[in-house]
Design a protein around this ligand. Structure first.
Ligand SMILES: Cc1cc2nc3c(=O)[nH]c(=O)nc-3n(C[C@H](O)[C@H](O)[C@H](O)COP(=O)(O)OP(=O)(O)OC[C@H]3O[C@@H](n4cnc5c(N)ncnc54)[C@H](O)[C@@H]3O)c2cc1C
Length: 341
């Protein structure tokens, strides 16, 4: 977002992405024909309550549709075996046609070709005269007048050297947990959303696991079926027993939905805790908490007004969510432009 708005205002921008794909926690998977299959990261936005999201969905012409929640959920644990129970949906919660990756694609298509460099991890940001020097992990360097770090605060604090960054900011960065950084998400695809024929929402709330919360994740036209679930196993167990986890995910779906769940087209488990560009040792060491809006220092420039931070966790609006990410990028670009830089 910041790169797009700065580029639109005539600034030369370069986006240095450490991973082999752009999007970060937003990760929608597509098939070979470009059809959206599932979201490995975020799924929902809440446009009635998220003005920045609402505005950009309209500007980028991205359509939304309601999260399917017709029929009861299945509850297991909480003092009993699997049983039906209606669970309310959330007002205003929608999915995006093509997945949240559409936001990333649409913004990327509006910045110059070649501005995005993948597999280019920033390791150092340092003052150099009236510019900043950015060190990359292949030992190359880039000089820029301004730098926006739109990277998780804790991972940045742990892995990017920033000489001259005040101690207050460093301590603050370490204290800001990265939303969902230690989460694993399972997505399971079927030929059809068979649970709907049984009158079920496809939703599960479970104390038994391994998925503690499951939702229908089928496309709007339901031309195939999909479920996603948040995995309750701790990161060390997930990482040491990936095959056991896949088997347990399938076992849980068969236990709940019966033999119709036995033959998925695909099971994919995305473990965000394994991604060191997102998840830091501090995130792994703590019980995850939804980030609260942090102090103004997060939204102020550093290194004599040349370095800005603009990841979702810096936002005072919907901190840690997509809305926060869009807002952080937008307001940072506006502040840079307003300062005449
Ligand atoms: C499983 C899951 C479910 C979620 N569900 C929802 C949801 O339903 N709704 C919602 O609103 N939000 C949800 N979220 C949160 C949402 O995904 C994030 O708030 C949002 O995507 C953050 O975007 P961002 O661009 O600010 O940061 P990020 O997506 O974290 O992007 C940071 C980028 O910086 C790169 N990077 C990091 N370090 C470096 C470095 N040193 N050098 C170069 N590049 C680097 C990373 O590779 C990444 O691409 C979910 C997240 C997860 C993981």
């Amino acid at each position: 977002m910041a790169a797009y708005l700065l580029s639109e205002a005539g600034r030369n921008v370069v986006v240095l992405e450490g991973a082999d794909r752009i999007g970060g926690r937003i990760h929608s998977v597509r098939n070979g024909d470009g059809q959206h299959l599932a979201d490995l990261g975020p799924t929902w936005v809440w446009p009635p309550y998220q003005p920045v999201v609402a505005r950009w969905l309209e500007r980028l012409n991205i359509k939304s549709f309601a999260q399917f929640n017709d029929g009861p959920a299945i509850i297991e644990g909480f003092g009993g075996g699997p049983r039906r129970q209606p669970l309310p949906g959330q007002h205003g919660m929608v999915r995006l046609e093509g997945g949240p990756q559409m936001l990333v694609d649409q913004l990327q298509s509006r910045i110059p070709d070649g501005a995005v460099q993948l597999n280019n991890r920033v390791t150092r940001v340092e003052a150099l005269g009236d510019s900043l020097q950015v060190g990359l992990d292949d030992a190359s360097e880039i000089t820029a007048r301004r730098v926006v770090l739109a990277t998780p605060l804790r991972a940045t604090q742990a892995r990017v050297e920033i000489p001259g960054l005040g101690r207050d900011m460093s301590v603050l960065m370490k204290s800001m947990s990265t939303w969902m950084a230690v989460q694993a998400k399972a997505t399971v695809l079927y030929e059809s959303p068979f649970w709907r024929k049984a009158g079920l929402a496809g939703r599960i709330a479970s104390q038994t696991g391994p998925m503690v919360e499951v939702h229908d994740h089928s496309p709007e036209d339901a031309n195939y079926g999909a479920l996603f679930g948040f995995v309750g196993w701790p990161p060390d167990l997930r990482m040491s027993e990936p095959e056991a986890l896949r088997a347990a995910v399938l076992e849980q779906l068969v236990r709940i939905f019966g033999a119709a769940a036995e033959n998925p087209l695909q099971i994919r488990i995305e473990d965000w805790a394994e991604n060191d560009l997102i998840c830091s040792p501090q995130d792994l060491a703590e019980v995850p908490q939804h980030p609260e809006p942090g102090p103004e220092l997060l939204r102020q420039p550093h290194l004599d007004g040349r370095l800005w931070f603009a990841v979702s966790e810096t936002s005072e609006l919907s901190t840690g969510l997509i809305e926060g990410a869009l807002h952080a990028g937008q307001s940072t670009a506006q502040k840079i432009l307003a300062s005449g830089q």
